[in-house]
Write a protein that binds this ligand. Structure first.
Ligand code: SF4
Length: 362
């Protein structure tokens, strides 16, 4: 969806070390009035440049003052101009629940940024932000979203597209296991739609607490893949990033990395295995697993059937047993160089540039 992604202002009274807009930064400042944001949005929307607005802001004076401005923009758009496009509003942690509730009545989606993965990271780099404030805002959004759903249109609507959050990675030494544990907590407790992992990007005049380089962008991608495994593939954080390997393998995707560590569970019989086990086969995505489950009620699944489903059979051959017995078998699984064989060099090259594409098939 093409959105006008805009800051109401880059003034901010907070001093988050990783942010160019922090109060101690000497960056140039600018501020829109609510009316200007409304006009800009309407102009772009009427010309079909955008499908909606994604509005965020630095913190002006206080969380409540900032949130009032954000809500007012959404109110003007919806009530005064009958704007029917998509609206995503950032909420400011610490803003009163009443303002968050009003924001959700106008917005399709709300987000409240967790910013950093641990309370210690926040204390070090974003001292004005506190986990309990962020949690309270996320809890308000969850409660209101569930209330609106249970009333099924009888009461006021509330952010029907749910809530998301963003986590900066690589600004501290916090490992991937801890990052995923935080994401898992947020999904369970606040029913988030998504956690967005953003690699830290160095800024001018940065604090000495911050790294001088951006983390490899592939790390952002691996965390996103691991996040999908948590939400849709039945994996736990401990399985994806066990204590003895608390950083994700950058060379292979996290499902393949798990399968290589658990070769004793393979090959899996494609005609007999449960959905849960098929979902753990590298290269088999959710949609493909559902197709296989439907198909195998009627026919025996062979390698040619899988080829017709456009399944990357070469990659999963060691892990899958088909009706025509096409499996590379135990010998392949026991090969010391299996990992290298399944890691084409182009796999890394694909992600040397930032990508926001999320692959549903892992
Ligand atoms: S509150 Fe947001 S805009 Fe302000 S310094 Fe922190 S990250 Fe930057």
């Amino acid at each position: 969806m093409s959105l006008l992604k805009i800051l109401l202002t880059n003034y901010c009274v907070y001093d988050c070390s990783y942010c160019i807009n922090r109060v101690s930064s000497n960056t140039e400042r600018a501020r829109f009035t609510p009316g200007e944001v409304v006009q800009l949005t309407l102009d772009f929307y009427r010309r079909n440049y955008i499908e909606g607005l994604f509005l965020s802001s630095g913190v002006l004076k206080s969380p409540d003052y900032t949130m009032e401005q954000i809500v007012e923009i959404a109110r003007l758009l919806r009530e005064e101009h009958r704007f029917a496009g998509y609206i995503h509003l950032k909420t400011v942690p610490g803003a009163s629940a009443g303002l968050v509730e009003r924001a959700g009545q106008y917005a399709d989606r709300l987000s409240c940024n967790i910013e950093l993965p641990t309370p210690a990271d926040l204390a070090a780099l974003a001292p004005e932000k506190q986990v309990d404030q962020i949690d309270r805002t996320m809890q308000t959004i969850r409660n209101e979203h569930e209330r609106a759903r249970s009333e099924r249109g009888m009461g006021l609507p509330f952010a029907p597209a749910g809530q998301t959050t963003q986590m900066i990675i690589g600004a501290t030494v916090t490992d991937d296991a801890r990052i995923l544990a935080t994401a898992d907590r947020l999904y369970r407790r606040f029913h988030l739609r998504r956690v967005i992992y953003s690699a830290y990007s160095p800024i001018p005049d940065a604090s000495s607490l911050l790294p001088s380089k951006t983390p490899p962008l592939i790390r952002e991608h691996r965390l996103t893949q691991a996040d999908w495994l948590l939400r849709f593939y039945g994996f736990t954080v401990d399985e994806i990033a066990p204590a003895e390997r608390s950083m994700l393998d950058l060379d292979v995707d996290p499902k393949l990395a798990w399968a290589l560590r658990h070769r004793e569970l393979f090959p899996v019989d494609v005609n007999r295995a449960s959905r849960e086990l098929l979902l753990r086969v590298p290269g088999l995505g959710r949609r493909t697993v559902e197709r296989i489950l439907r198909m195998r009620r009627h026919v025996a699944v062979t390698s040619s059937v899988l080829a017709r489903l456009r399944i990357p059979i070469r990659r999963m051959r060691p892990f899958l047993l088909t009706a025509d017995r096409v499996s590379a078998g135990r010998d392949a699984l026991d090969r010391l160089d299996l990992r290298a064989l399944l890691t084409p060099p182009e796999q890394l090259e694909l992600f040397t540039a930032r990508t926001s594409a999320i692959h549903g098939e892992l």
